[in-house]
Each structure stands twice: as structure tokens, then as C-alpha cells.
Design a protein around this ligand. Structure first.
Ligand code: TGC
Ligand code: FAD
Length: 386
């Protein structure tokens, strides 16, 4: 029996019935609703906001959270959601990552009951959009050196500073913003329209053009105590959110790589050069085989990471290894597929160049490749080399 070139080790066969159903239903959404419009969205630099109700209807927003209208799915299901969405476009997966792992997760994990009731059901329904402000203009890799700060004034807080490269910022109804206080780093929920708060979109991007990226500015923004996340103080607050989102990215990028390889397999069979299909050349076969090897390795890594997460045993450095390996794998495959398409590789008719440009962001955000290498280096040696 011929193997599935996109799933050589039958990872699909290792899934539970529920996980398989999640993957299939998200896959259908991507085939029917994302793929027909996404290239045009990318070209026009437009986030397809009309898809948000569809994502919500399938339970994809805050899918691994319990209660508050969330689906309560396991970690592997969340990974499969990301994988299918990113097969469409990294921008759609980014939207879901930020909404679920970076905005709903901290409210769920660290928020008061009132905050959870106020925000989570609306966010699960896609009626409220969230963003996550950690990175600052002077350097995102070292968030401990945070300049955005909040000072107590009576019963309120006053927030000042700036955040940069914030996904969903300009379309967000609320921002979870991390700021330095006298007690350490704390999380603040800033509602859209709060006086002194602005979220202008960053317009000139070559990457993630179907996603909204913004700056956030805080000029004496008054935040009531009811909008402070009570459950966490310190850098571990935002870093714990990143662990959730990085897990999803490690799965998501597999989808982007699969989309590129699938297109290249078709193309290399039908393109005839020197009297034979491109696919009949040894060097082309070696390149395709190498892609399949790397995708398979990434799939198995993600699956085991998901099992560790579902068992409550996943460690941040394991997530770093997977984010690093799988982003590198996907970016290299997208670039190599672009090359094997020849001149067509730069055409909007083919997916690799869009995935390649997107993956330049994905390998950078949620911790650059270097940050994850150094995280693993620290795990192995015990020395902090940051
Ligand atoms: P360090 O001393 O290592 O840690 C401080 C405290 O945090 C704890 N911790 C973690 N907790 C949970 N998950 C993790 N991944 C954690 N990593 C560390 C740690 O145990 C400690 O706790 P405690 O109780 O002892 O205080 O902190 P450090 O200052 O040495 O920094 C370490 C480093 C460099 C790895 C960290 O700063 C880092 O990860 N930098 C990269 C920043 C980053 O990834 N930013 C991403 C911004 S969000 C984004 O990009 C969204 S894109 C989304 C999209 O569109 O899809
Ligand atoms: P820098 O930290 O300035 O790094 C520059 C270079 O220096 C990198 O190559 C880095 O690897 C290297 N470097 C850093 N430290 C070391 C070291 N110790 N040793 C050797 N090399 C080092 N952030 C959010 O908070 N929320 C979001 O929603 C969000 N969305 C984003 C969406 C997009 C499209 C992009 C591009 C970014 C987004 N980010 C977001 C920001 C992202 O997390 C940061 O870009 C990333 O963490 C890197 O920070 P930086 O851009 O300031 O680069």
C-alpha cells in the first residue's frame, strides 16, 4: 500500500477518534474557507476577519481551556488545529494562537473570576478579540528589561510605555499588557478605547500580510485594580503563556511545510525538462526525500511533545527544542520548494513563497531561533549564556 507522503509514519493512525475529528473538521474549514481567499488577503495585506465566526463556531478559540464556553480539548487537538490552520496560512494560526494561548490563557490561569466571566465567553465566541503585549521597541528577546511600567495611584494604576510587533493589536477589543511595577512584572487588561491607549497598525510588512501587526502606546493610561491579573507576579507570567503558544507553533509550522511539499510533489511530476519529469532526477528526489524526512521527524517530535503536555510533564526547554527544530524545518522546506519551482516560485500562483515569507516571522516571534538554542544550551550545561 502506498504511503501518505505527508504522513509517512502514520501519525494520523496514532490519534484518538476525537483528535481525528478535530483535524478533519479544521481541515475542511481550511480547504473550503481559507485556501480560496488567502493569497488575495496576503497580496492586499488584509486579515480575513470574516473567518473569525467560523473559527469560533468550530470551538477553535481557547480550545484547550475548560469552562467559560471553551471546548476543553486536549493538547494534541490544539496542536492539530494549529497544524491545519497553518497549512492555510501562518497568519490565521497566529490569530488563533494569540487569542487562545496569549490572551485567553492568562485570563483563565491568572485572572479573577469576574475577569474570566467578563472576557472569556465573548472571546470563545469570537465577539471579543485579544492581543498580548510583551515585546518592546528596544528589544524583544530580553523581556526582563521591560520599560513599560505601571504605578499605583490611589485605587488605580497608571500605565506608560510602548509595545511593538503586536499581533491583532489594531483589531483587538482588549490587550493583555505586561508592565513593570514596584512588585515586579504584572499583567494588565487594557480595554480598547481606554483614554491614552493607541494601537496603530504596522503597514509595511513583507511577512504575515494576512495578519494584523501593531504597536501599542500607553500615555498615562488609568487602569482600575479590577483590570490587573491577580494570580501572577514576575516574568514567569508572560513566559508561561509563551510556552502554550510555542507548543502550538511547533505543530503549526508542520502544516505550512506539508502545503509546500504537496505542491512540489505535483509540480515535479508534471514539469518535463531534458526529456523527463523533474521528479525523475536524483537530486530532486533527494531534496524531496529530505523534506519528507524532516517533516516526519517534526511530526513525531510534536506528537511526543503533545503526549508530555497532556500528561502534565512538558518542560519549557522541550518546547524550545520543538519550536526551534520545526520552524527551521518549515522555513528551509519552503525556501527549497520555492527554488525547485524555478521562476514560478516567485509567483502568487504557488504557495511556497507566501509560506516562506510568513515563516521568516514565525522563526523570529515567540523567541528567535537563537533564544531557543540558548534555552536548550542552558538546560544541557546549567550555564546561562543569554
Ligand atoms: P528566566 O530567569 O529564565 O525566567 C524567569 C522566570 O520565568 C520562569 N520561566 C518560565 N515559566 C514558564 N514558561 C517558560 N517558558 C519559562 N521560562 C522561564 C523561570 O522559571 C523564572 O521563574 P521564577 O519563579 O524563578 O522567577 O528569565 P530570563 O530573563 O533569563 O529570560 C529567559 C529567556 C531569554 C528565555 C526569555 O526572556 C525569553 O523567552 N525571551 C524571548 C521572548 C519572547 O519569546 N517573546 C515573545 C513575545 S510574544 C510573541 O512573539 C507572540 S507572536 C504570536 C503570534 O502571532 O503567533
Ligand atoms: P531582538 O531581541 O532585538 O533580537 C535581534 C537579534 O539578536 C535576533 O537575531 C536575536 O536572536 C539576537 N539575539 C538576541 N539576544 C541574543 C543573545 N543573547 N545572543 C545572541 N544573539 C541574540 N511580540 C509580542 O509581545 N506580542 C505579539 O503578539 C507579537 N507578535 C509578533 C508578530 C510578528 C509578525 C513579529 C515579527 C513579531 C511579533 N512579536 C510579538 C515580537 C517578537 O516576539 C519579537 O520580534 C522577538 O521576540 C524578537 O525580538 P526583537 O524583534 O526585538 O529582536
Amino acid at each position: 500500500m502506498a504511503l501518505n507522503p505527508l504522513d509517512l509514519y502514520d501519525v494520523a493512525g496514532a490519534l484518538t477518534e476525537e483528535e481525528r475529528m478535530v483535524r478533519e473538521s479544521v481541515g475542511r474549514l481550511v480547504d473550503d474557507k481559507v485556501l480560496p481567499i488567502i493569497q488575495e488577503c496576503f497580496e492586499k495585506h488584509r486579515f480575513p476577519r470574516e473567518l473569525v465566526p467560523e473559527l469560533a463556531a468550530l470551538g477553535l478559540l481557547g480550545s484547550s481551556l475548560e469552562g467559560y464556553g471553551c471546548a476543553g480539548l486536549n493538547a494534541i487537538s490544539y496542536g492539530l488545529i494549529c497544524q491545519e490552520l497553518e497549512r492555510g496560512d501562518s497568519g490565521i494560526r497566529s490569530f488563533v494562537s494569540v487569542q487562545s494561548s496569549l490572551c485567553m490563557y492568562p485570563i483563565h490561569a491568572y485572572g479573577s473570576e469576574e475577569q474570566k466571566q467578563r472576557y472569556l465567553p465573548g472571546m470563545a465566541r469570537g465577539e471579543l478579540i485579544g492581543c498580548f503585549g510583551l515585546t518592546e521597541p528596544h528589544g524583544g528577546s530580553d523581556p526582563a528589561n521591560m520599560k513599560t511600567h505601571a504605578k499605583r495611584r490611589g485605587k488605580d494604576w497608571v500605565l506608560n510605555g510602548a509595545k511593538m510587533w503586536i499581533t491583532n493589536g489594531a483589531i483587538a477589543d482588549l490587550a493583555v499588557v505586561w508592565a513593570m511595577t514596584e512588585e515586579g512584572i504584572r499583567g494588565f487588561i487594557v480595554d480598547k478605547g481606554t483614554s491614552g491607549f493607541a494601537a496603530p497598525e504596522i503597514e509595511r510588512k513583507f511577512s504575515l500580510r494576512a495578519s494584523v501587526t501593531s504597536a501599542l502606546y500607553f500615555d498615562n493610561v488609568v487602569i482600575p485594580e479590577t483590570h490587573v491579573l491577580p494570580g501572577v507576579v514576575g516574568l514567569k507570567g508572560p513566559l508561561s503563556c509563551l510556552t502554550q503558544a510555542r507548543f502550538g507553533i511547533a505543530w503549526g509550522v508542520i502544516g505550512a511545510a506539508q502545503a509546500c511539499l504537496a505542491q512540489l510533489l505535483d509540480y515535479s511530476r508534471s514539469r518535463v525538462l531534458f526529456g523527463r519529469p523533474l521528479a525523475q532526477n536524483q537530486t530532486i528526489q533527494i531534496r524531496l526525500a529530505d523534506m519528507a524526512r524532516r517533516i516526519t521527524t517534526a511530526q513525531l517530535l510534536a506528537l511526543q511533545l503533545g503526549r508530555l503536555k497532556d500528561a502534565g510533564r512538558m518542560q519549557p526547554s522541550q518546547v524550545s527544542l520543538a519550536k526551534w527544530n520545526n520552524c527551521r524545518m518549515a522555513l528551509d522546506i519552503a525556501r527549497d520548494c520555492r527554488d525547485m519551482l524555478g521562476g514560478s516560485g516567485i509567483s502568487a500562483e504557488y504557495v511556497p513563497v507566501r509560506h516562506m515569507l510568513n515563516l521568516e516571522s514565525v522563526i523570529t516571534y515567540e523567541g528567535t531561533e537563537t533564544i531557543h538554542q540558548l534555552t536548550l544550551g542552558r538546560e544541557l550545561t546549567g550555564f546561562n549564556a543569554f
